[in-house]
Design a protein around this ligand. Structure first.
Ligand SMILES: Cc1cc2nc3c(=O)[nH]c(=O)nc-3n(C[C@H](O)[C@H](O)[C@H](O)COP(=O)(O)OP(=O)(O)OC[C@H]3O[C@@H](n4cnc5c(N)ncnc54)[C@H](O)[C@@H]3O)c2cc1C
Length: 607
């Protein structure tokens, strides 16, 4: 076992982790980034459509309008103090990224180009606004490359292909992490004054997902096992446009450029569900509309998909109908949506310039996660009590700027705004704090669990258990939910957790690049998060944002303007059958913007 010591250790090298590492190091901290993937392979690199900020480069815009859309899109569950920070600091953060060298697309005057995206409007919902800054449809890729270069320049130390498996606590503080070096199988301890988790999402809980194979929620599971609650886990976003059968994401930017959703009758069905904003309604609304169309037998050829049409003749017809002067042609689409065209041709054999794309909703984004305040400090209860030394940012965190449903482009904003805040807060903290000693034998418990997995001798491989969990979660805790279904999902996951303990087997018992072992460990994280999701979902007896209950179809603001906090109970931190949870709803939603403007108070969403 090797031990390393740094002022700050950042777990994860996506947009949030790199932003935090950059700002912590610029603030004078000695920083290491520990990442299971090579940094530029992080999922942030797959973000296509854009990053939202009220720059107003093409038409009038205002951070307060951005905040309003975010609160409304989040179905009023977002903490409005966090939303205010998100909308205001987005502007600054994006200009900083530009100055770091990020090659944004430009307007003819040389300003950052902006496009439309679902749910983003001007003047408190009046009409769609161009707010998404983008670098063609490779925005996340460019963010990642830019930040990685800046981190290297700032002497951030990278430990690539190190898989973090535990959080070390001592004297009520987070004092470090344990990681397995993938190339050797050796255990490393990272002793730190401050540890920030930026480990991304867990879309792999579901069968059809836009998320990469690596998105197994490790960081969230690790801190959860050490006593940190998970917040708002019932809110998981299904993106409306995943490539049929595969889940590969087709960016909302397609509809931003004028793409239209059509059913088997060639009807633009969103006119029915969101008469005002139509195909650009927020994602929860569009995903549910697609499901309703499919239920009515309006899927293409009677199958479980509808069409997304970006062919110039279709787009131009609808633009003309709406009285707009803008027109598109093949060359424009090929340039603005280059990556999308390539994805469709490669994975579906469909050329979007000549035929419509087959799409279905796909599990996409975790609104819930590790609770934090607006400085990315992890908080462990409704009184905002900070756990010293522990931070989280990005998709694994829940500062709750997205509430019950995230708007497109707002995740990238979240990464840069709260990653930056986390980095700055860490730089400040490590100047004041001293190292808390490591406990004796900091790797004992996790080593025993890893060895148990390495030597497991049951009959079922991790991939088989994973598939069963994904199928059950997709049908029972997916876009639409009902008590009996959710309970079925919970009991399926509990049974799989039992088998995880008693019936698992892996083929590779070695040490070097043992991906078999790592996948088994990741499955444990998925099983934990699936169970927390199900148990949080069954308790929330209302429909809000990404959580849509068929047995409680209305939003209930009298009872449910509160967050869910789920704590693990019991002594054994690892997945074993039933897990006792303590769930409370004592944490109230922050509605401070409503004190300034009544329009931030909950009201029926009309599209
Ligand atoms: C296909 C796709 C398109 C998207 N498009 C957009 C968009 O256009 N606009 C937008 O705003 N959002 C978009 N999103 C959402 C957004 O990209 C993600 O929410 C965001 O990139 C997450 O960033 P992150 O920094 O939190 O984590 P990630 O970028 O997912 O990075 C996670 C990091 O954690 C590390 N890690 C994980 N587990 C461990 C472990 N156990 N040990 C060590 N390291 C670990 C990984 O190596 C990785 O470096 C999209 C998402 C997808 C999937």
């Amino acid at each position: 076992m090797q031990t390393h010591q740094f002022d700050a250790v950042i777990v994860g090298a996506g947009g949030a982790g790199l932003m935090a590492a950059l700002y912590a190091s610029q603030g004078g901290a000695n920083v290491a980034v520990v990442s299971k993937l090579y940094p530029t392979r992080s999922h942030t690199g797959a973000a296509l459509g854009g990053i939202g900020a009220a720059l107003g480069n093409l038409e009038e815009d205002n951070p307060l309008w951005h905040a309003y859309d975010t609160v409304k899109g989040g179905d009023y569950l977002a903490d409005q103090n966090a939303v205010k920070v998100l909308a205001e600091e987005a502007i600054d953060s994006i200009i900083e990224l530009e100055h770091m060298g990020l090659p944004f697309d430009r307007t003819s005057e040389g300003r950052i180009s902006q496009r439309r995206f679902g749910g983003h409007t001007s003047n408190f919902g009046e009409k769609p606004v161009r707010r998404a800054c983008h670098s063609a449809d490779r925005t996340g890729h460019m963010i990642l490359q830019t930040l990685y270069q800046q981190c290297i320049k700032n002497n951030v130390r990278f430990f690539d292909e190190f898989h973090v498996v535990d959080l070390i606590m001592n004297q009520g503080k987070a004092v470090g992490t344990v990681a397995i070096q993938l190339g050797t199988g050796e255990m490393h301890v990272f002793h730190a004054k401050a540890t920030l988790f930026a480990t991304g999402g867990w879309g792999r809980v579901w069968q059809i997902t836009s998320n990469a194979h690596s998105l197994t929620g490790d960081g969230s599971a690790v801190v959860f096992r050490r006593g940190v609650p998970m917040q708002d886990m019932e809110f998981y976003q299904f993106h409306p446009t995943g490539l049929y059968g595969l889940g590969v994401l087709l960016t909302e930017g397609i509809r931003g450029e004028g793409g239209i959703l059509l059913n088997r009758h060639g009807q633009r069905f969103m006119e029915k569900y969101a008469p005002k904003i139509k195909d650009l309604a927020s994602r929860d609304v569009v995903s549910r509309s697609i499901y309703l169309e499919l239920r009515e037998g309006n899927g293409i050829g009677g199958k479980d998909y509808v069409h997304l049409d970006i062919r110039p003749e279709t787009v131009n017809r609808y633009l003309a109908e709406a009285g707009e002067t803008r027109r598109v042609d093949d060359a424009y689409i090929a340039q603005a949506l280059a990556e999308t065209l390539e994805l469709c041709r490669t994975y579906a054999g469909v050329d979007p310039l000549t035929e419509p794309m087959p799409i279905q909703p796909t599990a996409h984004y975790a609104m819930g996660g590790i609770p934090t305040n607006i400085n990315a400090e992890v908080v462990i209860d409704e009184n905002w009590t900070v756990l010293p030394g522990l931070y989280a940012a990005g998709e694994c965190a829940c500062v709750s700027c997205h509430g019950a449903n995230r708007l497109g482009t707002n995740s990238l904003v979240d990464l840069v705004v709260f990653g930056r805040r986390g980095g700055k807060a860490i730089a400040d903290y490590v100047k004041r704090a001293s190292f808390t000693p490591l406990p004796s034998n900091p790797t004992g418990e996790i080593e025993a669990e890893i060895n148990r997995l390495r030597n497991s001798k049951g009959k079922t491989r991790p991939g088989e258990l994973r598939k069963m969990m994904q199928t059950s979660m997709m049908s029972n805790v997916g876009v639409f939910r009902i008590e009996s279904g959710i309970k079925q999902g919970i009991s399926d996951v509990q049974e799989l957790r039992e088998r995880y303990q008693t019936d698992l087997t892996i083929d590779d018992r070695g040490f070097q690049f043992n991906t078999d072992l790592i996948e088994a460990w990741e499955l444990g994280c998925l099983l934990d998060l699936a169970l927390v999701t199900g148990k949080s979902a069954v308790e929330r007896t209302e429909s809000r944002g990404g959580h849509s209950r068929e047995d409680y179809q209305n939003r209930d603001d009298d009872k449910w303007m509160c967050h869910t906090l789920a704590y693990r109970k019991g002594d054994n931190p690892y997945p074993r059958g039933t897990m006792d949870l303590e769930i409370n709803h004592n944490k109230k939603v922050d509605t401070s913007l409503a004190d300034v403007d009544k329009r931030f108070l909950p009201k029926e969403r009309v599209y």
